[in-house]
Design a protein around this ligand. Structure first.
Ligand code: HEM
Length: 493
């Protein structure tokens, strides 16, 4: 009965309006926590939604009852047509998704992740190099580096020349189409599914989306086959190589494997780019954090070499800094919706089958009950004990201490790659560069608004801003050159 539903605001008639309530829906939902509590129900155009505003309710439902809360919503244009139902992130909970997930999991485990360390180190050095050579374009360098890393990890491709490299133009255009199709309200058929049965001349999107699926499938299969060809000539690691090495490959056919590989770009490039951008925002706003991290790097590494993965254990402050970047500004503030597949009861509330559950990662990550009164501030020390060592994780989100990678069976499968890439990128940037706010005409430091964002529809990015980036040591450039040569050689042909 409606009486047993969790509390929430009155229904909102049109889906299109819903997420435009405010561009920052997650912040509005966070306010609702004070009004309605940690679990909020709303109905939009007849669709039930639950907003989960605390880690406890998100973990109780999405993780502990994952057998019922792991489906995705039906998206006719994006998930069923544009991506043919085989994009892992949007696929319905069932056998197809399960086989892709097992393969992705096996191809991106912590252990396999170590095989990517040479390419991650190379990209980190190239990034620091470009930041120092052309500091004004720092944002483009971050975007190039994150895109390049994902292409290298997935397909063992050489570093991209720029963030607009023609080799990724197609996959980026695919992402734009997907983001457009997923944006609530852009396709009426998502609100009125009967429109799916309209004849083609009244529903031109059908022909267009099917055509794009065919073209994208051709491109992704060509990328996959090209990697297979190169695998006959070298034994460099890649996600494709690890998929091929899996016994029976969980029954995935070539089309499914090609889409699985291509989906890593969509899931991993913009999210990692967003995190690096917010790191830059934090560095100009919190100079004391930057200095503390650099003191640790100086003590452990010194000026004569660049950071390496083998320094990981000795850099607890840096590791805490990585966690804090992910916590402070989650790239996907509302996660991806989890759909409930059967009726459920929770703490006396009835939750009907088909409800879409949104973990409000934004609110969960800044919950003062978990992170204390300074939860909104950027403070890596919150993860460290009095001896400066990392404390056990504060949330039951697989050791992360934040919820930015989501929950349950759908938790981000690329999180080990994301964590280790951030570790080596931040260590390398902070070792090589001093990052300062730029000065205005009167000589005052210009600090970007650290709440303002441009939301691309899928990921959260800061508004563009200027800053000053300088080398930290007299011999920084020379050491970067040496290290670059070393990793270019280590990554082979
Ligand atoms: C920068 C960091 C990243 C963040 C914050 C992030 C966050 C997320 C979130 C919130 C989800 C949805 C989880 C849920 O439904 O509860 C997700 C799913 C996913 N992520 Fe990530 N991600 C990141 C990087 C990556 C990387 C580097 C890869 C690939 C190498 C990746 C691959 C995926 C895939 C394939 C899924 C879909 C999983 C599924 O639906 O089963 N992510 N990610």
């Amino acid at each position: 009965s409606k009486r047993n539903r969790p509390p929430g605001p009155p229904g909102i008639p049109f889906l299109g309006n819903a997420f435009q309530l405010s561009r920052n829906a997650w912040a509005v939902f966070e306010q609702w926590k004070h009004e309605y509590g940690p679990i909020v129900h709303m109905s939009i155009a007849g669709q039930s939604f639950l907003v989960l505003n605390s880690n406890k309710v998100a973990s109780d439902l999405l993780t502990r009852r994952a057998n019922k809360y792991s489906d995705r919503h039906r998206s006719i244009v994006a998930a069923e047509t544009l991506t043919g139902g085989i994009h892992i992130a949007f696929a319905r909970y069932g056998d197809g998704w399960r086989r892709q997930r097992k393969s992705a999991h096996q191809g991106l485990t912590k252990e396999i992740q170590h095989t990517f360390s040479a390419v991650q180190s190379l990209e980190a050095v190239l990034l620091a190099d470009s930041l120092l050579q052309d500091p004004d374009s720092w944002d483009n360098h971050l975007q190039r580096a994150t895109a390049s890393l994902i292409m290298a990890v997935t397909y063992n491709l050489p570093p991209l020349k720029s963030e607009t490299d023609t080799s990724i133009a197609h996959i980026r255009a695919h992402m734009d189409r997907l983001a457009y199709a997923l944006y609530p309200g852009n396709f009426l058929v998502e609100i009125f599914p009967w429109m799916e049965h309209l004849p083609a001349f009244l529903a031109p999107w059908k022909k267009e989306a099917r055509e794009w699926f065919r073209k994208d499938s051709d491109t992704f299969m060509a990328l996959y086959k090209d990697t297979l060809d190169r695998m006959t000539k070298n034994s460099n690691p890649s996600f494709v190589a690890s998929l091929e090495a899996q016994k029976d490959q969980h029954g995935l056919n070539l089309l499914e494997k090609a889409w699985l590989a291509a989906s890593l770009y969509g899931a991993g490039a913009e999210t990692s780019y967003s995190s690096l951008q917010w790191f830059m925002v934090a560095m100009v706003h919190y100079p004391e954090v930057q200095e503390k991290a650099q003191r640790e790097l100086d003590a452990v590494i010194g000026a004569s070499r660049m950071p390496e993965f083998s320094d990981f254990e000795n850099l607890p402050y840096l590791r805490a800094l990585v966690k804090e970047v992910f916590r402070w500004r989650p790239p996907i503030p509302l996660g991806l919706p989890h759909r409930l597949t059967e009726d459920d009861w929770y703490e006396g509330y009835f939750i009907p089958k088909g409800t879409l559950c949104l973990a409000n990662i934004w609110a969960i990550n800044r919950d003062p009950d978990v992170y204390g009164p300074d939860a909104r501030e950027f403070n890596p020390d919150r993860y460290l004990d009095e001896k400066g060592q990392l404390l056990p994780a504060v949330l039951d989100t697989q050791d992360e201490s934040h919820s930015s990678f989501g929950y349950g069976r759908r938790i981000c499968v690329g999180r080990h790659v994301a964590n280790s890439t951030m570790f080596i990128d931040l260590a390398t940037i902070l070792w090589a560069c001093r990052i300062r706010p730029s000065l205005d005409e009167s000589g005052n430091a210009y600090l970007p608004n650290n709440e303002a964002n441009t939301n691309t529809g899928l990921t959260l990015h800061p508004v563009p801003f200027k800053c000053v980036i300088e080398p930290r040591y007299a011999n920084t450039r020379a050491i970067i050159d040496q290290t670059k040569e070393f990793y270019l050689h280590a990554n082979g042909p």
